[in-house]
Design a protein around this ligand. Sequence first.
Ligand code: HEC
Ligand code: HEC
Length: 428
Amino acid sequence: MCMKRKTTFFTSLSLFGFSMTIAILTGQQAPSEAPAGFDTPTLQTANAGSQSISNGISEPAGDSFARDQQVFEAREDSRLGLGPVFNATSCSECHQNPVTGGASQITEIRVGHTDDNGNFVNPAVPINGGTISGRSVINDRAICPDVQEHVPESENIRTLRAVLNTLGDGFIEAIDDNTLIGIANNQPNLSGGEINGEAIQVPILEAPGQTRIGRFGWKDQHGSLLSFTADAYLNEMGVTSRLKPSDTTTICKITADPEDAPDELGMANIDHFAQFIRGTKVPPRDTALAARPEAQAGQTIFENIGCNICHVESITTAPAGTMLDGGTFLVPDALGNKVIHPFSDFLLHDIGTGDGIVQAAPQDTAAKLRTTPLWGLRMKARFMHDLTSLTLERAIARHAGEARHVAKQFRGLTASDKSALIAFLKSL
Ligand code: HEC
Ligand code: HEC
């Protein structure tokens, strides 16, 4: 591990020198820090939008960041397309802590089973007069008693999944595929071959036939924010859109698909959701806590024992003007060439906590989860994908598999080094 320490240090030094050289050779501007802040307080009234501050992203003609946020906070009902099955009535019902777009303590249910070859199979969920199939989510709510879902006894793979933060996700979308592949390729060198992040190609719904490296969701099941919002609108709220045009069941339905129609600006709600998320700042550090010597010592320990091999500290987004998402999204000035500190590699790892669910192929992802970004960690009271770890120590103790040597290093720390590491985590 002593060797590894040196390799990590020198590799990051030489990578830094390398990118400096590229910047000088290409005449490209040095990247700047992404703006940080919990600056999207819940809008109580239509004109409270002035309190909400975006990262400076340019808005489509006639649109505003406050309007995008209002759509993200709007409560739906069955006349607007909610259900028949759903989990909550607005995006911000789950994405709220401490401001609109954050995470929260809400979990949802995913289930399934394996076939004779050991491959994951989605459940067929019986409801009164029909079946809901083709997905692993079991919705907790329904607009009428007939369609209420229940976990079939046959589905012996069962897990809870926590809400994820969306603040700053526009910067994650703006990371070039090759940056993530580069991180993955470097991990075996940094870890004596033990850590091998998996990057998977996932479909871009708005660019049929095109794929990109997945980076959103616990399983990296999406690579574009517009794709994720359309998926969430259907699976969390039961609202269909041009990208997810069919509802899970027709029973109890009183609206025609697709329910999410364009407004007078030509934007559907999914467009406003994606525009809102792309306009949010990254979760800010607690600068007072971060400046304390204990937290700073803790960060050095975090790096020395190799937590940062997966929880990657700094990533630079693609330059403004880069075309992403299968040719449908041009990186805007506000998101391009920015340094972010997500403390994640956005890759899938088997650290022994895999929930058995497969969302985007291949099958080996059943045992894996995306490295949770640690930015905004101090806004959580429960941890890990199922939120069953109630302290950071317990969350770290669950790291095994690819993380077993790093976790062993943690266990070997002195009590004061451990508490310094925890003090650092609490400043995030
Ligand atoms: C019932 C709670 C709930 C509601 C309502 C909800 N979400 Fe989520 N959201 C989640 C959960 C849980 C996840 C993690 C999903 C997974 O990967 O299993 C998530 C993940 C996300 C992510 C991925 C974040 C990341 O960095 O990986 C985005 C984007 C997102 N939601 C957008 C939305 C939008 C837009 C809406 C409204 C249409 C919405 N969500 C409504 C619970 C919710
Ligand atoms: C091999 C990659 C890897 C390494 C090394 C690693 N982690 Fe993780 N970490 C993960 C993954 C994957 C998850 C999500 C697991 C889950 O939710 O079941 C995670 C989750 C966490 C969480 C929970 C975050 C939340 O919001 O719930 C914390 C805290 C954490 N890691 C801290 C650490 C620390 C501290 C170290 C070093 C001792 C470390 N990790 C090393 C991959 C890694």
